[in-house]
Design a protein around this ligand. Structure first.
Ligand code: HSE
Length: 437
């Protein structure tokens, strides 16, 4: 049998502890699959004394993950610390420079430094595997990087954050408050250390930036992503969406347009009958549209210890199976130096349908004024409904508009006009509608 693969794990939080458990619990099966033992020989975490419910065995302990990356007796460095700078960046860079393979679940790191790290990995002839960084346990990286060569992608979109999908699902199904659902997501180990990364869309944006590079063969450009989170989605939006035949999901969308690549993260209305609308709870889903394959949709557990550990262990096993001296495939599907510059499409040029919810004073002419602002901006309306919910005591009304395809620029101008007219009693709500089958 070949020599054991020596693994160093940095970060023993929810995912790190789950990965240790899987490696120990499935050791015999992994050895049969890989033709060699997979042994954790080094670990690093902040607090040595913490009880994580796992056996560290004979693994050497390192207080400093960078020291571990440089000096430990390991073939593979597994980074599960998180964060786009600091120790996570330093130790991944050090491990690659030392000629060690790296496995990481760190989407923030890859969104910021992925191309530079890929250049190091490729120059050293080692693997940088990151299946766990996008959509938890769904094997979307391997699918896009390896199985879809030759396809030209037109759009990739998906539910990429388990915490947000969990919150939106429970708000709709159980009428619970946003805060209650977020607390449960934290308790279940889905949320980031700082949950604003989840609910304000950063986590989805990091994952989308990686998918965009794989989809369009371009350099990663996370700073060019238009981003809105779900913290201002209310029960009123969820109910109105349901009545109109839609469901609200936080989507990440990257799309090739004539003027460049559009990357956006925002709450989105998708038809209730579409497949993506059926993706509930912590489940993630990624849809890829291409010229050869047509539409592919993968869905599965998107967050939590076991889902993420499944992808981490799969990446480690790939390294264990790779042959010594074999030239490894490029990190982002083509050599880093061959990635095209990112060409950004302007968000104001985005075309699609829109849901607009306005809370207005109940007085003569408001409805007509709103309709006029839409017409002045050449926005064609699919529907316009006025309601007077009992909770509004007869002094205010809700006007809900659904537009046909129009541009972001037109909608922004129309809503600015309505606001200037002085009829609104509350902030206007605008939610984009996405085409989905
Ligand atoms: N906080 C992330 C989520 C974890 O909720 O999807 C997986 O990246």
């Amino acid at each position: 049998m070949a020599e054991a693969l020596r693994i160093g794990i940095a970060g023993l939080g929810t995912v790190g502890a789950s990965a240790m458990r899987v490696l120990a619990g499935k050791a015999a099966e992994l050895t049969r699959q890989c033709g060699r033992d997979l042994v954790v020989t080094a670990v690093s975490a902040r607090d040595r004394s913490r009880d994580r419910g796992i056996e560290l065995g004979a693994a050497e302990w390192f207080d400093d993950p960078v020291d571990m990356a440089r000096t430990a007796d390991i073939d593979v460095f597994v980074e599960l610390i998180g964060g786009d700078e600091g120790p996570a960046h330093a130790c991944v860079k050090a491990a690659l420079e030392a000629g060690r393979h790296v496995v990481t679940a760190n989407k923030a790191l890859l969104a910021k430094h992925g191309v530079a790290l890929a250049e190091i990995a490729e120059s050293k002839g080692v693997l940088l595997n990151y299946e766990a960084a996008v959509a938890g346990g769904i094997p979307i990286i391997k699918t896009m990087r390896e199985a879809m060569a030759g396809n030209t992608v037109s759009r990739v979109f998906g539910i990429l954050n388990g915490t947000c999908n969990y919150i939106l699902t429970r708000m709709e199904a159980e009428g619970l408050s946003f805060d209650e659902c977020l607390k449960d997501a934290q308790r279940l180990g889905y949320a980031e250390a700082d949950p604003t990364f989840d609910i304000e869309g950063h986590d989805t944006a990091h994952k989308l930036a990686i998918l965009t590079s794989l989809a369009f063969g371009c350099r990663i450009s996370a700073d060019d992503i238009y981003m809105e989170g779900i913290s201002n989605i209310s029960q009123a939006d969820i109910q109105a969406a349901g009545e109109l035949g839609y469901r609200i999901k936080l989507l990440g969308v990257a799309q090739q347009t004539e003027s460049g690549i559009e990357q956006r993260v925002h709450p989105t209305m998708v038809p209730t009958a579409s497949v993506i609308a059926q993706v509930h709870g912590v489940t993630n889903a990624v849809a890829v549209e291409t010229d050869i394959l047509g539409e592919l949709l993968l869905s599965g557990p998107g967050a939590g210890g076991n889902a993420t550990a499944s992808a981490v262990v799969g990446d480690i096993a790939d390294i264990a199976k790779s042959r010594p001296g074999f030239q490894h495939g490029p990190v982002f599907g083509r050599p880093a130096r061959e990635l095209n510059p990112y060409r950004k499409a302007r968000m104001r040029s985005h075309e699609g349908g829109y849901f607009i919810r306005l809370t207005v004073h109940d007085r003569v002419g408001v409805f007509a004024a709103v309709a006029k602002r839409m017409a002045d901006n050449e926005i064609s309306l699919e529907s316009i409904v006025q309601r007077a919910p009992k909770s509004m005591n007869g002094t205010k009304k809700t006007v809900i508009l659904v537009t046909h395809a129009t541009t972001e620029a037109a909608v922004r101008k129309a809503v600015e006009g309505v606001t200037k007219d002085g009829h609104l009693v509350d902030k206007p709500q605008v939610i984009r509608i996405e085409r989905a089958d």
